[in-house]
Write a protein that binds this ligand. Structure first.
Ligand code: FAD
Ligand code: NAD
Length: 467
C-alpha cells in the first residue's frame, strides 16, 4: 500500500469518515486513521446511535406498560428485560460500525488502525503522520491532513469519575441494572435524554442544573414547555444548583452542591458538556495552538494556522453535532478537490430525542431581539392537530420566527411528537431562503404532523385556520 496520500484524515467519527469517503469519491488518494477498533466515532459507538436505541426501547416499554390500553389493546404482565435491551443496542452499534468499515473499503480509502500524530512538515511540503498501532509505529505522508479527533466527556472539579458509580454518558449507556436513584449533573441534552431513559426503566432521577432554566441554549418558549412535560413525566429537575463535588463510598454516592444538602444516590451521570480531544496529536510539531477551550482554531474554510491542515467536527468551534461534523467534512473534501466547499451554519438543525422530541433550527427570539432584528412570530399547538390526536401525543407546539419586514424565516423551534423529522422541513425552507408565506402556501398532506408547521407559518400573519 502506498504511504503517500493527497489527504490523511485522523479520526473516523462522522466528521472524519465522511470527509474520507467524499475525498476518495472526488479522486483524491485518501487514508483514514482511527485508534479504536470500531469505526464511527463517539456518534456510532457511544453517542447518537446507542442512546437513540435505548430511548426507543424504553419508550416502547412505557407504551406497552401504560398506554396501549388507551388504544383498546390489553397488555398484562409487561416486564423489563434490561439485558436484552442492552444487547439490542449493542447489535445496532455493531451493524453500523461494520457498515462504516465496508464504506471506507468500497470507496478505496486506506484504513490505518492506531493513534495518529502529526510529525512536522518536510521540505517537500508534505506532512508526516505517525501511526502507533498494535504492530508498532508506521509513518505516512500527506499533502493535506484533516483533523477530526472529536471530543470527550468534560470533567467537573471535585467530582471523582470512578467509571462505575460516577461516570459519564458512556457508562450510562450500559448500566448493568436499573439504579434506584440516579443523580444527573446537567439538564442539557445528554442529561435529559439519558435521564429520561433511566426514569422510564424505573429509576428515581434527580437532575441538578446550574442555570435557572431548562435547556438554556434553546428558545425560552420551548424550555418552559419542556420543563412542564418532564416534571409531569416524573423527572425531578432542580435549577440554580451548582454541583461542587461527588464521591463514592461502597455502593453509594454523595453529591454536593453550593447551598444545598448533600444528596445520596446509587449512581451519578456527569453531563456538563464535552471537551475537544487533541491528546498526543502532535499539534506542536506544526505550530498549531489550541484556544482557551482546547479547540483547534480554524478560519472560515476550516483551515488551521498550518496551510494544508484542516480541522472539523467537535474539535473545532460550533455545535457538537454529528451532522455538523459531516457537513464540515464534506466541505473540506470538496474544497480540496474543486476549490469550493461551504457549510450553511444558519440552517443546522438540533434535535433532542426525549419524548416528546425537541427540535430547533436558526435563531431564538431572544438572540434576534438582542441583535436588534425586527421579528414577528407564529405558534401552533399539536393538540389542535388531527394526526397528533390519533397518535395520542398532543403535547407541544411549533413556533416560527420571521423577519418583521421581509418575512424571511429566521428560526423555527418545536417540541412535540416526531419533531426531529419535522425540523428538516424548516431547515430546508431556511436553506432556500423561504418566507413564512412560502411555507404556508405549500400544500401539506392531511392528516400529518407537518400541518402544525404550516399552521404556525399561517399564524405568523395571524391567520391560522384550525385555532
Ligand atoms: P467523534 O465522533 O468524537 O470521532 C472522533 C474519532 O477520532 C474517535 O473515533 C476517536 O477514537 C478518534 N481519534 C481521536 N484522536 C485520535 C488520534 N490521535 N488518532 C486516531 N484516532 C483518533 N450528535 C447528534 O448530532 N445527534 C445525536 O443524537 C447525538 N447524540 C449523542 C449522544 C451522546 C451520549 C453523546 C456523547 C454525543 C451525542 N452526539 C449527538 C454528539 C456527536 O456524537 C458528536 O457531535 C459527533 O460524534 C462528533 O463527530 P466527530 O467526527 O467530530 O468526532
Ligand atoms: P450540554 O452543554 O448540553 O449541557 C450541560 C449542562 O450542564 C448545561 O445546561 C450546564 O448549565 C450544566 N452544568 C454545567 N456545570 C454544572 C454544574 N457544576 N452543576 C450543575 N449543572 C452544570 O452538555 P451535554 O448534555 O453533556 O452534551 C454534550 C454535547 O453533546 C452537547 O453539546 C450536544 O451538542 C451533544 N449531544 C447532542 C445530542 C443530540 O443532538 N441529540 C445528544 C447528546 C449529546
Amino acid at each position: 500500500m502506498s504511504q503517500n496520500f493527497d489527504v490523511v484524515v485522523i479520526g473516523a467519527g462522522p466528521g472524519g469518515y465522511v470527509a474520507a469517503i467524499r475525498a476518495a469519491q472526488l479522486g483524491l488518494s485518501t487514508a483514514c486513521i482511527e485508534k479504536e477498533s470500531r469505526l464511527g466515532g463517539t456518534c456510532l459507538r457511544v453517542g447518537c446511535i446507542p442512546s437513540k436505541a435505548l430511548l426507543e426501547s424504553s419508550e416502547r416499554y412505557i407504551e406497552a406498560r401504560d398506554h396501549l390500553q388507551e388504544h383498546g389493546v390489553q397488555t398484562k404482565g409487561v416486564t423489563l428485560d434490561l439485558a436484552a435491551m442492552l444487547a439490542r443496542k449493542d447489535s445496532i452499534v455493531q451493524g453500523l460500525t461494520d457498515g462504516v468499515a465496508h464504506l471506507l473499503k468500497k470507496n478505496g480509502v486506506a484504513r490505518f488502525s492506531g493513534h495518529g500524530a502529526l510529525k512536522g512538515r518536510g521540505e517537500d511540503g508534505m506532512y508526516s503522520v505517525a501511526i502507533a498501532g498494535e504492530a508498532g509505529e508506521d509513518t505516512i505522508t500527506a499533502k493535506n491532513v484533516i483533523l477530526a479527533t472529536g471530543s470527550r466527556v468534560a470533567d467537573l472539579p471535585g467530582v471523582e469519575r470512578s467509571g462505575d458509580r460516577i461516570g459519564g454518558s458512556t457508562e450510562a449507556l450500559s448500566y448493568p441494572d436499573v439504579p434506584k436513584h440516579l443523580v444527573v449533573i446537567g439538564a442539557g441534552v445528554i442529561g435529559l435524554e439519558l435521564g429520561s431513559v433511566w426514569a422510564r426503566l424505573g429509576s428515581k432521577v434527580t437532575v441538578l442544573e446550574y442555570s435557572d432554566r431548562c435547556l438554556p441554549m434553546m428558545d425560552a418558549a420551548i424550555g418552559r414547555e419542556a420543563k412542564k412535560i418532564f416534571k409531569r413525566q416524573g423527572l425531578t429537575l432542580k435549577f440554580g444548583v451548582r454541583v461542587t463535588g461527588a464521591s463514592v463510598k461502597g455502593k453509594k454516592c454523595t453529591v454536593e452542591a453550593e447551598g444545598h444538602e448533600p444528596i445520596t444516590c446509587d449512581r451519578v451521570l456527569v453531563a456538563v458538556g464535552r471537551a475537544p480531544y487533541t491528546d498526543g496529536l502532535g499539534l506542536e510539531t506544526v505550530g498549531i495552538e489550541t484556544d482557551d477551550r482546547g479547540r483547534i482554531p480554524v478560519d472560515d474554510h476550516l483551515q488551521t494556522s498550518s496551510p494544508g491542515i484542516f480541522a472539523i467536527g467537535d474539535v473545532v468551534k460550533g455545535a457538537m453535532l454529528a451532522h455538523k461534523a459531516e457537513e464540515e467534512g464534506i466541505a473540506v473534501a470538496e474544497r480540496l478537490a474543486t476549490g469550493w466547499g461551504h457549510v450553511d451554519y444558519d440552517a443546522i438543525p438540533n434535535v433532542i430525542y426525549t419524548d416528546p422530541e425537541i427540535a430547533t433550527v436558526g435563531k431564538t427570539s431572544a438572540e434576534l431581539k438582542d441583535a436588534g432584528v425586527p421579528i414577528k412570530e407564529g405558534s401552533f399547538p399539536f393538540r389542535a392537530n388531527g394526526r397528533a390526536r390519533a397518535l395520542g401525543q398532543t403535547d407541544g407546539l411549533v413556533k416560527i420566527i420571521a423577519h418583521a419586514e421581509t418575512d424571511r424565516v429566521l428560526g423555527v423551534h418545536m417540541i412535540g411528537p416526531r419533531v426531529g423529522e419535522l425540523i428538516v422541513e424548516a431547515a430546508m425552507a431556511m436553506s432556500f431562503g423561504a418566507s413564512s408565506e412560502d411555507i404556508a402556501r405549500v400544500c401539506h398532506a392531511h392528516p400529518t404532523l407537518h400541518e402544525v408547521v404550516k399552521e404556525a407559518a399561517l399564524a405568523v400573519d395571524g391567520r391560522a385556520i384550525h385555532m
